[in-house]
Design a protein around this ligand. Structure first.
Ligand code: ADP
Length: 398
């Protein structure tokens, strides 16, 4: 919304639940059922008769498919519904990447109704058990042996059978099992322009992500990997986008790199999540959101060059379950050289659920410094100075 107002662009915001102000602002707020893309598209076509729209910009994982359907119905440029859907389901994604020969883990699909003690003998070890349609590493669990596999499967099954998740529909019954790919992990932020991948930023993830759960923490850009490796990562991501049929707008890909080169863990048809985009500035201060809006509207994009100064973010993990009571040490953490901002997004009194059941962070720490190493050091030091007072939920019951 900020980027749009900076550009003088009027926004009609669609959400799944009615906004309390909708009656007062019927021209700028819409309620749509994101689970029914065709119906949502019809409704927007109707709306656009009196209020023409120039672009459709999905803002997260949950809106890529409905966004593509709406854009298609309005004859506006976008990814195809098929390609957006393929990027939304990890099994469909794996199948298409496999057909195109893009390096990826071996995979098998099971159902929550399968008996894990029976299938434990059919999967490779170590492996990763995951849902096909959730995100933020929710329900993603590594297993090293059959006993670990059965435990991981049952833990994921409980998440998938919870009322909130199962309400998302049939695909939440799927359980994907992949071979575990060792190596360093990176995230590529890109923009597809007429089917061609333009790399906006490559982030290193300097904390090892070896499981059993895969908590995102530090992202630092530019990457410290050799130029040739970075080129290989970009090439692999471009092939992945092509294999799914993605051609338009932002992509966010996670890859692992080892002695056999880059491997696609995942590619999504959206930009980086949470508040992480605040690390990115282009040209003379343009935000990622402005860049995406300019592209969506066919406006001139002055540059796709990221500002040179190294930058990073730490997604502050939830250390344990409980209720957030207090956050201490913020001022002290802000004093660390290089730290620009600390955004605590969890609210006091919030019940915190760590991975693999949860999907949130306590907040975000942002840093900029002269080198990627200094960015990383600053983020770690600021995090060390923060203290989160978390009350055991059982203590409150007494
Ligand atoms: P989500 O969409 O929920 O983030 P991903 O499939 O991207 O789920 O998995 C989350 C994280 O789990 C990845 O970023 C990676 O660190 C780890 N991971 C997932 N699959 C594999 C795999 N096959 N091998 C190694 N690590 C994996």
């Amino acid at each position: 919304m900020e980027a749009a107002s900076g550009l003088g662009v009027e926004v009609v915001a669609a959400s799944e639940r009615p906004n309390v102000l909708q009656e007062a602002f019927p021209d700028t707020l819409l309620t749509l059922d994101f689970q029914k893309p065709d119906l949502a598209a019809q409704e927007v076509v109707e709306f656009a008769r009196s209020r023409p729209l120039d672009a459709v910009v999905p803002v997260d994982d949950l809106t890529t498919v409905v966004g593509a359907a709406i854009a298609h119905a309005l004859r506006l440029p976008s990814n195809s519904v098929e390609s957006a859907s393929a990027a939304r389901n990890k099994h469909v994604m794996r199948t298409l990447l496999g057909r195109a020969g893009v390096p990826e883990p071996r995979f098998q699909l099971f159902s929550v109704d399968d008996d894990p003690t029976k299938v434990a003998g059919q999967v490779p070890y170590p492996c990763v058990v995951k849902p096909t349609v959730l995100s933020a590493s929710r329900g993603v669990i590594r297993a090293d042996d059959p006993a670990g596999f059965v435990a991981a499967f049952r833990r994921l099954e409980a998440i998938l059978r919870s009322p909130e998740v199962s309400a998302l529909g049939g695909e939440t019954r799927q359980v994907l099992v992949e071979s575990f790919i060792p190596g360093e992990e990176v995230a590529l932020e890109g923009l597809l322009v007429n089917g061609e991948l333009r790399v906006l930023a490559l982030f290193d993830k300097p904390d090892p992500l070896d499981g059993p759960f895969f908590e995102e923490t530090i992202y630092v850009t530019p990457s410290r990997l050799p130029g040739e490796t970075q080129a290989g990562i970009a090439d692999c991501t471009a092939r992945a986008a092509h294999a799914l049929g993605l051609r338009h707008g932002p992509v966010h890909a996670e890859l692992r790199v080892n002695e056999n080169g880059p491997w696609i863990i995942e590619i999504a048809a959206r930009s980086i999540g949470g508040l992480c985009s605040r690390t990115l500035r282009f040209g003379t201060g343009m935000s990622l959101e402005e860049l995406i809006l300019r592209h969506a509207l066919g406006m001139e994009i002055p540059t796709l060059e990221r500002e040179r100064r190294p930058a990073g973010v730490m997604m502050i993990p939830i250390p344990r379950a409980g209720v957030l009571e207090e956050v201490r040490g913020r001022d002290d953490a802000l004093q660390v050289p290089g730290i620009e901002e600390i955004a605590i997004t969890a609210h006091l009194g919030q019940e915190l659920v760590p991975l693999p059941e949860g999907w949130q962070y306590l907040g975000f720490i942002f840093a900029r410094a002269g080198s990627p190493e200094d960015v990383e050091t600053a983020l770690r030091e600021a995090h060390r100075r923060l203290e989160f007072v978390i009350r055991d939920p059982r203590a409150s019951a007494r």
